[in-house]
Ligand binder design. Sequence first.
Ligand code: URP
Ligand code: ZN
Length: 464
Amino acid sequence: MTSIIKNGVLVTETHAQHGDLMLVDGKIAAAGDLRHEQADRVYDAEGCYVMPGGIDPHVHLSLPVGGGLLSADDFENGTRAALAGGTTSVIDFVTPEHGQDLVTALRARRAEADHHVLCDYGLHMSVVEWRDSIPEEMARSAELGAPSFKTYLAYKKAIGLDDQAFVRVLDAAARGAYLVTAHCEHGDIIEHLQRQFVEEGKTSVRWHPRSRPAPVEEEAVTRAIALAGTLGAHLYIVHLSTMGGLEAAAAARAAGSPVYVETCPHYLLLDDQCYEGDFDSTARYTMSPPLRGSEHLHALWEGLTSGVVDVVATDHCPFCTKGQKERGRDDFTKIPNGVSGIEERMKLLWAFGVAEGRITPQQFVGLTSARAARIFGMAPHKGSLAIGADADVVVWDPVRMTRLGAKSQVSRCDESIWEGYEIPGAARFVFSRGTLAAEEGRVCIPAGYGRYLERRLLSGRRRG
Ligand code: URP
Ligand code: ZN
């Protein structure tokens, strides 16, 4: 099957040039000024940018959070939402039970996802405790294509690690040349503040951000960087939300440390005023870390422009207000945390980043696909328009307006933190391995089309 995308502006992380792109049998076959007589299909990209399909390396589909609750989107619906928004690969998580072997948990998670996903997907391994067999389990996970290991410095009573376990995971990762990803919040102080607030009757949503203020993240980021740097481990900080955390990462980077930074659209665009109001209008914004004051938003945008932020991911993990978030109506600590973005990420970053002149289209490609592909071992197949790469391509119409909200979204969540946003920029066509997967937001490939991504890290030097 040969397709030609005609007359677009081909954008990579480094270049933007008018031209055509040829897709043959799932791969990118040629770029430039192409004759289209032999193509089976020709797609018109006049007025559009032609870019690598988005990669969202931080999503939680069907995430169990206790009490029988699962995040609102499962693998089928979540990956459909991804494609609708121009994202062609996602990375979800394996969260083993305590005592469960990592590889057993990886196989179980694949059984949940394979045959259901619409787009390609990979899995990070969460390490939720230490035991002597963990280095061997990490090695076997890496062989099975999951060489990135998630650690939580919060949630100590459930899946979080204390410093002793965290240090051991970092050491094992450094020895195996794996990547450690870290949720950086100081778990003990959060638990202390939550307990104190609840005892004082401070149970409404406005106490959620107060129980995990900026220094709680900044301390954990600084500690994680220091420990990883001491042991020589490559560290990826997920969902960074604070100015101080960003400064610590920037300093480590300037000193040559392999530290990578991810943030999310909600930390760039929404602030802590969202927590002021009644439960039904504020519960939707409960995520960890929480939204911050405007000085942090400005710093994060500067981090995008300067290149200190490598990746804009989503941490997509929405819960419906009805039946899910409302479990915490009388106690904010019981609200399942997480928000949506898998479908909106590309649109939001285009509208508020490129269209508003904060970042270039090339930076957009770096932040939404190319750097994630390199950091997480998906390059050179993903995140690229190079000849021979997988033909995961988005044809992006920069002026098409769409209105975001619960009624129009693919996500099964009953509300949206992006309700009412009317913004320019949307995918006209989305191709996954050369197959048309979505057109004008309508997904046209079946569940099961997506494949598991066996990721392989480049060892040694910085990958970003
Ligand atoms: O609030 C969040 N971020 N929920 C998803 C789980 C996590 O901590 O990443
Ligand atoms: Zn997450």
